[in-house]
Design a protein around this ligand. Structure first.
Ligand code: DGJ
Length: 509
């Protein structure tokens, strides 16, 4: 059974008995249909992805109340097996990007029974109320049916994780003002939450008195998370796969007011509220569409916590995002996936590429072509905290990694031959590298468009490449191909677009 493990504050996703790294790709929202899947698989194949993230549409899954149609799930499982990839299914249920657009027709036709949220001024906002009992019960019933079905049809564990809802929360309103919500807002904050936040002393205080200006947002986060926590728990009771909820982020460096981002979702400021309200949800995961490195890095840091495995279920498909896969590896991510990867004529530019083709996906394909064959090794090195990685940044043609007794310098935009005092950086920032300790003095080194060089931290000692083997991973085993020496090591270890993996033994003299 796929499951998550935690050791020394780090996490691994165990699939088939060993740490697994999701080399993922998410298809477009309306691409998981029989008519469009033929345009999804070639993109996955080109990318060398090992996992497809694909939606399950509530409107398709439950066309009539209590009647379930599993044909789309079954087709995905069947075709994923044919293509040798795993699946992460995305339950487009009560929330999809804050709206309730995937509710079945029979629900959409009863807006009083399955209401949208009410704002303070009496207007409705296009977001489901998390205080609607009928909606909660309907979602729990449907999600339970989905998980039960997976339990029945997937003994091979093709599906390794399920996302509950999609980017839940609310755009255009901070919280629900329905009478039911209002009564709860004026009541004392639940003790479970106060305990989880380490504030038992605030027992008996209302939301406004306990949280001041954050009260509306925290209340909404608690309400949405409690709802989804119950849906998740209902499904997990049938079939205990790892469950994830993804987040539409707020600016991690200069957070704006909650009214300008998706309030109530698992944004970085309410992760502890979500953890307390929804313990059946294993992972709170950032969808990262911030193209600048400082924000990208900050988001990774905020979501990597001892109580939360880092997983990036969506990121931009523009070529410049490809290198950030390495930043995610550096932060011990259990997986990463560009969004909208398929050849169904739709592209979500400007947050993604302007169109999807082999050309636009090339930088992503390089990542998975390089890491795919050693995916198990990389996943377990990350789990052990032995993996370090960097991605090139504009105007930063030299970066360093701190690896045990070594300072590792990664340089971009220099010829492979000779010493170069002033690297220029690549024409576009495409460089990336990873270094991991395999055993004492022996390192896994791989990269793209860069030079990697080791220097002993002890200034009196000089580094020697004792032996540098280029290897090829086959079925998890590294087979030596040749020894790099001469030009190939005299100037450092140079990587181009070729997927080359080294096992380097280092010494000093
Ligand atoms: C984030 C959502 O989670 C996706 O389903 C999709 O709508 C993208 N935004 C935009 O293409």
């Amino acid at each position: 059974m796929p499951h998550l493990v935690r050791e020394n504050g780090r996490h691994a996703l165990i699939v088939d008995g060993a740490p697994y790294l999701v080399l993922g790709a998410q298809c477009g929202n309306s691409s998981a249909w029989a008519s469009t899947l033929p345009k999804v698989w070639p993109a996955l194949e080109y990318l060398h992805a090992n996992t497809l993230e694909a939606p399950i549409y509530w409107e398709q899954f439950e066309p009539e109340p209590g009647e379930f149609d599993s044909s789309a799930v079954d087709l995905l499982i069947e075709q994923a097996r044919e293509h040798g990839v795993r699946l992460i299914l995305l339950w487009f249920g009560t929330w999809k990007n804050g709206s309730s657009h995937y509710m079945p027709l029979w629900m959409k036709r009863q807006p009083e029974r399955y209401p949208r949220m009410l704002l303070a001024d009496g207007r409705r906002v296009d977001s489901p109320s998390p205080h609607a009992q009928a909606t909660l019960e309907a979602d729990m019933r449907a999600f339970r049916a989905l998980m039960l079905h997976l339990e029945e049809v997937d003994p091979l564990r093709t599906v390794i994780m399920v996302q509950v809802e999609n980017e839940p929360g609310t755009w255009g309103g901070v919280r629900d003002f329905s009478p039911a919500a209002q009564a709860l807002f004026e009541a004392p904050v639940p003790a479970t939450l106060l305990d989880a936040l380490g504030r038992p002393g605030d027992a008996g205080r209302t939301w406004a008195s306990a949280f001041g200006k954050d009260a509306d947002e925290f209340f909404h986060a608690w309400s949405v998370a409690s709802f989804i926590g119950q849906v998740a728990a209902a499904g997990k009771a049938e079939y205990p796969l790892p469950l994830v909820v993804n987040a539409a982020l707020r600016d991690p460096l200069n957070p704006p007011p909650a009214s300008s981002y998706e309030s109530g979702g698992p944004t970085d400021n309410v992760l502890s509220i979500w953890k307390a309200a929804a313990p059946a949800v294993d992972i709170l995961a950032p969808d990262i569409y911030m193209s600048d490195a400082p924000r990208y890095k900050r988001v990774l840091e905020l979501y990597r916590r001892p109580d939360n495995p880092l997983f990036v279920p969506e990121t931009g498909s523009g070529a410049s995002y490809a290198r950030y896969f390495f930043l995610a590896l550096d932060q011990q991510a259990i997986g990463w996936a560009p969004f909208g990867v398929d050849y169904v004529a739709y592209a979500n530019s400007p947050i993604g590429a302007a169109r999807h083709s082999e050309e636009s996906l090339a930088q992503f394909a390089l990542n998975y072509r390089l890491v795919g064959p050693m995916m198990r090794e990389v996943a377990s090195l990350g789990f052990q905290g032995k993996l370090h990685a960097v991605a090139e940044e504009k105007d930063e043609p030299r970066q360093t990694l701190d690896v045990g007794p070594w300072k590792v310098t990664v340089t971009y935009g220099i010829p492979a031959f000779g010493q170069h005092a002033e690297p220029k950086g690549n024409p576009e920032p495409t460089g990336r590298a990873l270094v991991a300790e395999l055993s004492e003095g022996r390192y896994l080194v791989a990269g793209l468009f860069c030079r990697v060089d080791f220097q002993a931290k002890d200034e009196k000692a000089q580094r020697e490449y004792v032996r540098v083997e280029e290897v090829a991973y086959e079925n998890g085993v590294a087979r030596p191909l040749r020894i790099w020496n001469g030009d190939q090591t005299d100037w450092g270890l140079n990587f181009s677009s070729a997927p080359q993996i080294l096992h380097a033994t280092l010494g000093t003299f």
